[in-house]
Design a protein around this ligand. Sequence first.
Ligand SMILES: NC(=O)c1ccc[n+]([C@@H]2O[C@H](COP(=O)([O-])OP(=O)(O)OC[C@H]3O[C@@H](n4cnc5c(N)ncnc54)[C@H](OP(=O)(O)O)[C@@H]3O)[C@@H](O)[C@H]2O)c1
Length: 156
Amino acid sequence: MTKALIVAMTKDRVIGKNNDMPWHLPEDLKLFKAKTTGHIIAMGRKTYESIGRPLPNRENFVITRSGKEYDGCRVFGSVQECIKAAEEYDKTLFFIGGGQIYSDAVDMVDEMHISYIKENYDGDTFFPEFDESRWKVTETEEYGDFIYKKFVRLSA
Ligand SMILES: NC(=O)c1ccc[n+]([C@@H]2O[C@H](COP(=O)([O-])OP(=O)(O)OC[C@H]3O[C@@H](n4cnc5c(N)ncnc54)[C@H](OP(=O)(O)O)[C@@H]3O)[C@@H](O)[C@H]2O)c1
């Protein structure tokens, strides 16, 4: 089971504002859909509420301390619990945000799919800083509004 995260951020690491994304980039949404379809997506409760529904053709995991149920989703109390549950599936587990979940997941995933947005945006939620020397960029692809990079963790 591969553990991954997928994120779109500015070069200042902004990922969100007012519980929403500060941009609307259809090309990036298309990339997100292509990468995650058929797999597992795991997200914090705030990101789930901002999307408002389970995303189709994917297993949806919601992370919350509340114990609340969400229709069409499996609910877990931590990033670690998601990883344990994902071992039951022959699929990639993608952590899809938001900031709180990325902070926990960044130390646990094997790969990161990052879209670097070219324009600057203000925000109130950020992707954590990480040590790029511990990662190898294995793919780079330039799109109109962003540059996609795949990072694979170097073995310790
Ligand atoms: N740019 C991108 O790629 C991207 C992707 C996703 C989201 N976003 C943006 O990110 C923002 C939301 O991020 P956020 O940091 O505010 O919220 P979040 O990470 O989506 O959700 C936070 C919630 O997750 C639960 N949680 C977090 N850590 C936990 C832990 N260790 N154990 C159990 N539950 C835990 C808690 O839920 P309870 O309070 O219910 O216990 C917490 O309130 C929005 O602006 C969204 O649009 C951006």
